[in-house]
Design a protein around this ligand. Structure first.
Ligand code: GDP
Ligand code: MG
Length: 174
């Protein structure tokens, strides 16, 4: 099994921290250099015969999004449609307009399975407060899976990694 997995989310939600946690001691390569015009390879997870290539989708960067026109929006969503899976990272503590913008892009990329990773749950003092937040998001979009995690504390990161590995399609060529 192999495939591209896009990690998306507004700045500061913990995407880089999550990537490092997912790749922990399982890194084949990591590179911050541009690899293709549509995706930037961030790292490769190799687990037996399975390879997950984590990518960045340049058109999804919020900083660029502010000035982006409709055409660019479409380019970003088609880049998302090129991946096997999307990990949408949000914070358990708050939801902003920027998260909403990222979700809009994801919504435009149809048929891509999306895992909602609700990060920084270690900062959520009252877990009951998290529930309405999760319910609101889950009511808004049909996520493949909703996973509360803590990337920095490593909570539920193993489950997320396993879910990604299990969900990648079988393929001969990659
Ligand atoms: P990115 O901009 O989405 O790549 O976010 P970063 O990975 O750079 O993380 C932004 C900040 O959030 C950093 O200070 C991280 O240490 C912190 N952070 C990331 N994950 C967690 C988490 O699970 N819990 C807590 N408390 N902080 C986190
Ligand atoms: Mg980052």
């Amino acid at each position: 099994r192999a495939g591209l997995v896009a990690i998306v989310g507004r700045p500061n939600v913990g995407k880089s921290t999550l990537l490092n946690a997912l790749l922990e001691q399982k890194v084949s390569i990591t590179s911050k250099k541009p690899q293709t015009t549509r995706h930037r390879i961030l790292g490769i997870l190799t687990e037996g015969p399975v390879q997950a290539v984590f990518v960045d989708t340049p058109g999804l960067h919020i900083e660029e999004q502010r000035a982006i026109n409709r055409f660019m929006n479409r380019a970003a969503s088609s880049a998302l449609a090129d991946v096997e899976m999307v990990i949408f990272v949000v914070e358990g503590t708050h939801w902003t307009e920027d998260d909403e913008m990222v979700l809009t892009k994801i919504r435009q990329a149809q048929k891509v399975p999306v895992v909602l990773a609700i990060n920084k749950v270690d900062q959520v003092k009252d877990k009951a407060e998290l529930l309405p937040h999760i319910q609101k998001l889950a009511a808004d979009f049909s996520f493949e899976r909703v996973m509360p995690i803590s990337a920095s504390k490593g909570e539920h990161v193993d489950e997320l990694r396993q879910f990604v590995i299990d969900s990648l399609p079988e393929c001969e060529h990659f």
